[in-house]
Write a protein that binds this ligand. Structure first.
Ligand SMILES: [Zn+2]
Length: 145
């Protein structure tokens, strides 16, 4: 057998860690066992890791005295809410623009300046009558009802 590289030993130690969790395929297990048989350094590492793993598994579970919060999940939910709020704001803005005639409609197919001007001057007579009624109501408060 030739010289064993550090890269190979690092990979085999990762495989050994996965084997402690029962996550190795049959082929990976065979490769690991072959490497451990020929590498005293990794064999010593494996023995130490197995002892530590056994010790951790034998320890009773502890209930923490404080709540544990996982911030990543809360941030993800907050980001989804921000995106939904932004989409709703865009939808409302576009809907109001279409309803007010500043976007879309027959006037918008031509120049956008014409569309804006027509929207601003759409009901000048009604605005004038409302202003006249308001000024009349102020001068005759009993008729304001
Ligand atoms: Zn090794």
């Amino acid at each position: 057998m030739g010289q064993i590289s550090f890269h190979t030993c690092d990979r085999m130690r990762e495989l050994h860690s996965a084997s402690l969790d029962g996550e190795l395929s049959q082929l990976e297990s065979v490769r690991l066992e072959a490497h451990l048989a020929g590498c005293p350094s990794c064999s010593a590492y494996a023995a130490t890791a197995e002892g530590a793993s056994r010790l951790v598994q034998q320890m009773p579970l502890e209930r923490p005295s404080f709540p544990i919060v996982v911030p990543g999940r809360r941030l993800a939910v907050a980001r989804k809410l921000q995106v939904a709020a932004a989409a709703a704001a865009v939808t409302v803005t576009v809907g109001l623009s279409v309803a007010l005639g500043t976007v879309g409609g027959p006037a918008a197919s031509g120049s956008s300046h014409r569309a804006t001007a027509s929207a601003n001057l759409r009901f000048p007579d009604q605005e004038l009558r409302m202003l006249q009624r308001a000024s009349t109501a102020r001068s005759h408060p009993r008729l304001a009802l």
